[in-house]
Design a protein around this ligand. Sequence first.
Ligand SMILES: [Zn+2]
Length: 421
Amino acid sequence: MSSNPPRANLPELAPAVQHEVARLAASPEVRSAYNWFRTQEPQLLHWQMEMARIPAPPFGEAARAAWLAERFREVGLDDVRIDDVGNVFGTHPGFGRRYVALSAHIDTVFPANTPLNIRQQGSRIYGPGVSDNGAGVVAMLAIAHLLRSVRLRHALPFVFIGNVGEEGEGDLRGMRHIFSTPRWKDSIAYSLVLDGAGADTIVAEGLGSRRFEVIVRGPGGHSWSDFGVPNPIVILAKAIDTFAATTVPTVPKTTFNIGVIRGGTSVNSIPESASMKVDIRSTSMTEMERLEQSLRLALARAVEDETLAAEMRSLAQKRPAGVSGEVVVIGNRPAGELSSGAKILQVVRSVDAQLSNAAQVQRASTDANIPLSLGLEAIAIGGGGSGGGAHTLQEWFDSNGRELALKRILLTMLTLAGVGE
Ligand SMILES: [Zn+2]
């Protein structure tokens, strides 16, 4: 996930919700859950390291999904299964028809051949993916395991989901699939997404992004004998120059980046193609669409200008002028935000007040974007402990303080589910 500064203007906490959270927190069953968490840390670190040793590159999560399905069965979840795209599900029964969903993405950013040298030093573990999303998956497993170890009353049933495709080119495909399936789209009342370490943030606004690969193709040729045919690198450079001059608002915050350019084969060849990758982000769908238009126009104009210029030259030289530009969408994450009266935000903020946990409400791009963009209640929070170096080989996770996040997740789920009689 990537995040932005906090937003202001949060509504007052509702006394009824605060009261319910305080009552739950003082109940003997929740007290024994807290004690149970205290004894589980060795098991949790063990799971976290075991999982991090199983590669899970984008579109290659099957082995890790199988591992998680085994853990779901082992801790006693019902209806454990893996869907068509590789998402892992397990349920815990309740009394209502709609679910409280607890999910964590199982994919990593690391390519399949990345060495997964996972090491432990005391409470700290090191290696790719240990925190993002080892912390999230293990917190989810801890809650699932707890439910079979300590009897906790709740009305709505729980569904636990280890989903694929959160990172980069995965483009939220796991969540997208779940929320395009009527069975889940219509039955998940609240989505609690666990992503990374920590307990100090609440992502309540989905930052949207669109990503493009822009490809320019031309006839190519020899730098000397074919001089004058359109050059895709020159066209791309002109398109970049025009597009980069597009103005963007600070509110709603909107950004763009040209992150990769490629093209050409040798210094004495006119290239046959050149390409770039562009990232556009905003909390507003309208701004994202406006920037996309600007990108398409900049490309069209650069192609047209160069085609005209090449035709002028070819009148004398009789060279082919055929040149084309193409914009391929390689990523599309919808924007969305919670309504100001959303129950899920009231609940997690009341839980934070109860636990004396200072957390900031933020906007970011997470799995929660999908339910948020559909107008459903969803937030993303951390799996506890602390971590750093996400998306690098130096990634680390420290389990100190993990209990706080487990308490926070549990209280939030129980309050959302309501009490069963
Ligand atoms: Zn993540």
